[in-house]
Design a protein around this ligand. Sequence first.
Ligand code: HGY
Ligand code: MN
Ligand code: MN
Length: 426
Amino acid sequence: MRIPVDIAATGERAAAMLEALGAISQSSDNLTRFFLTPEHRRAADLVGDFMRAAGLDVSEDALGTVRGHWQPAGPDAPRLLIGSHIDTVANAGKYDGTMGVVVALLALEAVVKAGLKRPYGIDVLAFGDEEGTRFPTTLSTSAAAAGHFLPSWLGARDADGLSLDEAIRAYGKDPAAIPAAAYDPDKVIAYVEAHIEQGPVLEAEGEPLGIVSAIAGASRLSITVTGEAGHAGTVPMRMRRDAFAGAAEMALVAEKIARADRHGMVATVGRLHVEPGSVNVIPSRVVFTLDLRSGSDISRREALTEFEREAHRIADARGLGVVISAFHEVGTVPCYRDLQLRLRNAVADLGHRAPTLPSGAGHDGQAMSRLCPIGMLFVRCRGGISHNPAEYAAREDIGLAVAALVRFIERFELPQLTGSVQGAEQ
Ligand code: HGY
Ligand code: MN
Ligand code: MN
């Protein structure tokens, strides 16, 4: 049976749902929606309404992940997991994460309405901490679903000093129930995620959809540089211990290391805090973050070693102190070959060739890969722009992604994958 999907109408519906979710923000002049905030609560409620309207049973786990259940073979049958995240970066676009939840919902709605039967169930998952923009954690909600949440994360504190434990309780959940959020690995077939590409490849190839081969590994560091406050007008340059000047030199070293790498390494200083922060005082303390990624875990770890060595050399030369701590580390994760093939065949049924490409962006699939095989479907986004309000995916492409997931489910007749080879090196 080929379940009919009206690509244009489905794209319009998806756009309306994304507009409604995109209007739920902590800020009046941009889209910002962090983990366990009142805005996360409102977005989770709206996603729950969408899930019920699609004919799914809805539940929430102790970290606020909203789960929509389709269980035609009963609650104990194995299940496919399809989802993404509904938290955002600051000043975000409307598609990163949220589009994947909406696409999964609309695909499942079509499957439920068509009365399809399968010897397995499907859960749609709306995770809440993929970006890691409120607490120095990230992928914590998918890690909980995958059964590897670290209790030490409960002590992580946000910019206001509130701990994750306190935020969970303020959200109305019980941290003691986090272990119950974990799926039984024997009952999960795979995790699949649709996501905007957040890069320029599909647009350059003129293709609406792509298949992800692997998700790049990433390290996130916090670097604290300490010097000596002084009068900006009286301390000669040769006598300064300027924490910002040292931090700036370290940031440029990180950039140089990444540029020299042959595995597409990227290095980003996204956040920087200067103390005391007066225009006429030499900075005494600077804290900045470094986000380092590469398609090769070996080259990323070598880069981290080189950066640490260089940072200490710079600090010594300038009479500064430097402390480097890593607060996030995730390895490069291959997407399962059989899932790549199934997704590619589903896209081919729609008359499109889906290029295979790696993801430089991180995704919940990295956490879910410790539970089950993962697959990802990329959707073209304009100019490859993301983490920016100009982020945009065409309605037609989103409609095609829904149709591709419907075909993927239709083709997925038995509750197990074939082949055992992890992630194809394309
Ligand atoms: O940082 C990332 O790659 C993702 O958007 N959280
Ligand atoms: Mn994302
Ligand atoms: Mn993102």
